[in-house]
Design a protein around this ligand. Structure first.
Ligand code: ADP
Length: 183
């Protein structure tokens, strides 16, 4: 039986702040396919989490992804010194105007991360706005994809029990509020 909308709403949170400070089981990193670190939220996560995360990323890169993590896929590492036990790294799409399957690829990122959380029985996951920084995905459209995909997954899976969207700026907060207000 699908989960009623009111129950779904109670499992989705919106927080304005720094994702590296979130007390959840796993935070998602808007990484790039190299898995070897970058700017934006990726840089912030590696800085706050310490060298253990990069160490694991290097091993994963060598063993499993010699040509990089494919776009839309995700992989978990330790959270190092973060409050979160795990970091789930995903490679989002670069925005090319919207006609190169960016929405499907972004949706795949959310699904891949949630599948890992579910398989590992992780109770709580926090997402940044994947692709909405350096990768240039329009924030309103990205928020709509994020909310749609998380709702779809949670309506079919009891774990993760809660998902938190973490936004940095006021504009993103408003856009998520609007996306979450829509059915
Ligand atoms: P991408 O390369 O996928 O576009 P960015 O890291 O450039 O990733 O940005 C993704 C989103 O994360 C942006 O909306 C940015 O404002 C936000 N962001 C950057 N740092 C943090 C942080 N410490 N906590 C939460 N969100 C962040």
């Amino acid at each position: 039986m699908p989960t009623p909308l009111a129950d779904l709403a109670a499992r989705i949170r919106l927080v304005q702040g720094d994702i590296t400070r979130q007390p959840v089981a796993a935070i998602v990193n808007a990484a790039n396919s190299s898995l070897l670190g970058g700017g934006g939220v990726d840089g912030a996560i590696h800085r706050a989490g310490g060298p253990q995360i990069l160490e694991e990323c290097r091993h994963l890169r060598e063993r499993l992804y010699p040509s990089g993590l494919p776009m839309g896929q995700a992989v978990a590492t330790t959270g190092g010194n973060l409050p979160a036990k795990y970091v789930i790294h995903t490679a989002g799409p670069v925005w090319h105007g919207g006609k190169q399957h960016e929405a499907e690829q972004l949706a795949a990122c959310y699904q891949s991360c949630l599948k890992i959380a579910s398989a590992r029985q992780l109770d709580s996951v926090a997402f940044p706005g994947i692709s909405t920084g350096i990768y240039g995905y329009p924030k309103a459209e990205a928020a709509a994809v994020a909310v749609r995909e998380v709702r779809a997954f949670l309506s079919q899976h009891p774990v993760p029990a809660t998902v938190t969207f973490v936004v940095f700026d006021d504009e993103s907060r408003r856009l998520y509020e609007q996306a979450l207000a829509g059915a």
